[in-house]
Design a protein. Structure first.
Length: 72
């Protein structure tokens, strides 16, 4: 979020977002019931990443949201 808000070429995209802070986004995720686990750690490309949130894809689908790997 910080990069989007400070990069001039992405500022218009940031301004159009309904949620502008990670705290509000996390609160909304928790309230929606899609969170499987909070504060998960993983290794992504040999780098340890902490403070992740595990989201249930089946729960997202019930809300009409779908995850896909294809872009384009």
């Amino acid at each position: 979020m910080d990069h989007i808000s400070t990069a001039p070429h992405l500022r218009a995209k940031f301004d159009s977002l309904p949620i502008k802070t990670s705290k509000v986004f996390k609160q909304q995720l928790m309230a929606s019931g899609v969170v499987l686990a909070d504060e998960v750690e993983r290794t992504i490309r040999v780098k340890r990443t902490a403070h992740l949130i595990a989201i249930g894809l089946e729960k997202l689908e019930r809300l009409g949201l779908y995850a896909t790997t294809e872009v384009g």
